[in-house]
Design a protein around this ligand. Structure first.
Ligand code: NAD
Length: 279
């Protein structure tokens, strides 16, 4: 396979382009999030993933501003949290996020979790449709949604989410959900793409890394890209932020991709199960 030397993007079902490698800031305290976002943008990242729930939207906004990169060149994602679900609450939550971020629009607004016990994700989705019509969110999508939740959105509104951001990494590959997304034109975005760092000492990944003269993190991120996924690794360590972006000049052989495909495990989930999460 010929290596990709430029930053790849995916065309979403609303015809907008989204970079396939972004920078995530969950659990980054404000000062580190601000510095990390600025550094990531300076290194060439053009996609940033935050959320109302991460408590660092203001810091992300400062990082964006300090980078000097034009707003229109940056793909910015944030998310409405569970306790703000509902039509009017979501419209208000979006205004608050835009104010904290210091921007007029986000590129992608996501429903963070279905939080199905509240019975509000459909009303929340209707609010996202309104926000897209108003230009406050250029693309709209969801996170942690399972097929029944997704089907309800299509059936009731005919608007298919552009993206579903889900836990996905080599030991939890979500093949069934990815197939469902492919059937319906939904882009799959991998959260915790490095398994929250727990996969970096895996012997198979280390052996592959050695073969390519790369690090395990780079091999894992390359696996996401080679599978047409969107990945948003997080680090607040400058050298690692750079390392995680230096993945466009090589590709994995089919044999190595197959080896990584074989690491999938039904017990590989690290984060909460959306079907039982009850907050
Ligand atoms: P991740 O898989 O990106 O792993 C991050 C951890 O791996 C870091 O804290 C660091 O300890 C380590 N690491 C990163 N790069 C490294 C490197 N090159 N070398 C060695 N160690 C390295 O985990 P994550 O932060 O959980 O996920 C990434 C992003 O996904 C988050 O920041 C957030 O934006 C998003 N996310 C979304 C949800 C959701 O519910 N939608 C949930 C979790 C995460």
């Amino acid at each position: 396979m010929v290596a990709n030397t430029t930053q790849p993007s995916v065309t979403l079902n609303d015809a907008r382009a989204m970079p396939r490698l972004g920078y995530g800031v969950w659990q980054a305290p404000p000062a580190e999030a601000e510095a990390g976002v600025k550094q990531a943008l300076e290194l060439g990242y053009r996609s940033i993933d935050t959320a109302q729930d991460y408590g660092n939207e203001e810091a992300v906004g400062r990082g964006l501003a300090r980078s000097g990169i034009p707003r229109d060149d940056i793909f910015l994602t944030t998310k409405v949290f569970n306790n703000d679900q509902g039509f009017d609450q979501t419209l208000r939550a979006m205004e608050a996020s835009l104010t904290r971020l210091g921007v007029d629009y986000v590129d992608l607004y996501l429903i963070h979790w279905p939080s199905a016990f509240r019975g509000l994700y459909l009303d929340t989705w209707r609010a996202l449709i309104r926000l897209q019509e108003e230009g406050r969110a250029r693309s709209i999508g969801v996170s942690n949604f399972q097929p029944p939740h997704l089907l309800k959105l299509f059936e009731e509104t005919s608007v298919v989410p552009a993206v579903n951001q889900i836990e996905l990494h080599p030991i939890f590959q979500q093949r069934e959900l990815r197939n469902f997304h492919a059937q319906h034109g939904i882009a799959t975005e991998s959260w915790s793409p490095l398994g929250q760092g727990t996969l970096l000492d895996h012997p198979v990944l280390n052996a592959i890394a050695e073969k390519y003269g790369r690090t395990p993190a780079q091999v894992i991120l390359r696996w996401h890209l080679d599978n047409d996924l969107i990945a948003i690794p997080k680090s607040v360590t400058p050298a690692r932020i750079a390392e995680n972006f230096a993945v466009f000049d090589f590709a994995l052989d089919q044999d190595d991709r197959t080896l990584i495909d074989g690491l999938d495990s039904a017990a590989g989930r690290i984060g909460p199960d959306p079907d039982t999460a009850n907050w």
